[in-house]
Design a protein around this ligand. Structure first.
Ligand SMILES: Nc1ncnc2c1ncn2[C@@H]1O[C@H](COP(=O)(O)OP(=O)(O)OP(=O)(O)O)[C@@H](O)[C@H]1O
Ligand SMILES: [Mg+2]
Length: 252
């Protein structure tokens, strides 16, 4: 459903994403992990078609993004890490607006929008302007907007940030159910517990290259980590050594 071939992004002489190959099949909930600055957002923004790759190819549900950008984007919902919402729209209007971008309107969309707002406890706020929403409420509205047109593929950059425990639970259940129904989700996260309990497979990226890809069990094997915790595996695969650096700083 998502296919990346030698995907590359350079900023001047700096290579943020370095010839990544990745296949995410239909129905998979795929996790994208890596340290700050690893290239996760850059990759996801290229998949969403809002950042132009320096090289390589992306296909979404069999449609090549460069050859048919509109066709590929019609199959996709994207939840950015720093979302933009028009403040002067109400929650309902925003969802209607997003559905309209995907040529969808009418009673079915209205019904779906209401259901999503109800799911995230936003029903009472549906006719209030977004400018009056809290951070978490905006996040829930943005998440709803990625589902309102029922895309085949959803790409999400750090969806859990700012959500309260109940909303985080709902989001996990929604992601799980959506992929069970044959849709595909790729999400970046810093929460290792989320990756472990929610994702079918994960990729670990560091300095623009993929260091490991597979189920958490496979990653444990590849890191030769035995019974080590997820955190240790992650630090090992990304070449980070937090404890040593901490000691260096404190001793300096
Ligand atoms: N517009 C830009 N110009 C120059 N360098 C950039 C630009 N955008 C990102 N980078 C660099 O590309 C690298 C990857 O950034 P990216 O935002 O993809 O990381 P990330 O994995 O999403 O990190 P985080 O976990 O902090 O969100 C970083 O070194 C960043 O400084
Ligand atoms: Mg990021």
């Amino acid at each position: 459903m998502i296919s990346l071939r030698r995907l590359t992004k350079r900023y001047g002489s700096f290579t943020a994403v370095d010839a990544i190959d990745l296949e995410v099949p239909r129905g998979e909930l795929f996790g994208f992990l890596g340290p700050n600055g690893a290239g996760k957002t850059t990759t996801l923004r290229m998949i969403a078609g809002i950042l132009k790759p320096s090289g390589g190819a992306i296909s979404i549900a069999g449609v090549d993004l460069a050859a048919d950008p509109i066709g590929a984007k019609m199959k996709l919902g994207f939840i950015p890490d720093r979302p933009f919402i028009y403040e002067k729209l109400t929650g309902s209007e925003f969802l209607r607006f997003v559905a309209g971008l995907y040529d969808q309107e009418g009673t079915e969309v209205e019904h779906r929008a209401r259901e999503l707002l109800a799911l995230f406890d936003l029903e009472e706020w549906r006719d209030e302007l977004v400018e009056s929403y809290s951070h978490g409420m905006r996040q829930k509205l943005i998440i709803s907007s990625a589902f309102v047109h029922r895309p085949e593929v959803i790409v999400v950059d750090e969806p859990m940030v700012g959500l309260d425990p109940k909303a985080a639970r709902i989001l996990k259940d929604l992601f799980r159910e959506y992929t069970h129904r044959g849709h595909t989700i790729m999400m970046s996260t810093h929460t290792l517990e989320v990756a472990e309990t929610l994702c079918d497979r994960v990729a670990i990226i560091a300095k623009g290259t993929i260091r490991a890809c597979g189920t958490m069990a496979e990653l444990r094997d590849s890191a030769d980590a035995g019974t080590q915790g997820l955190e240790q595996i992650f630090l090992k695969l990304t070449g980070e050594n937090a404890a040593r650096e901490l000691v260096d700083v404190l001793d300096a």
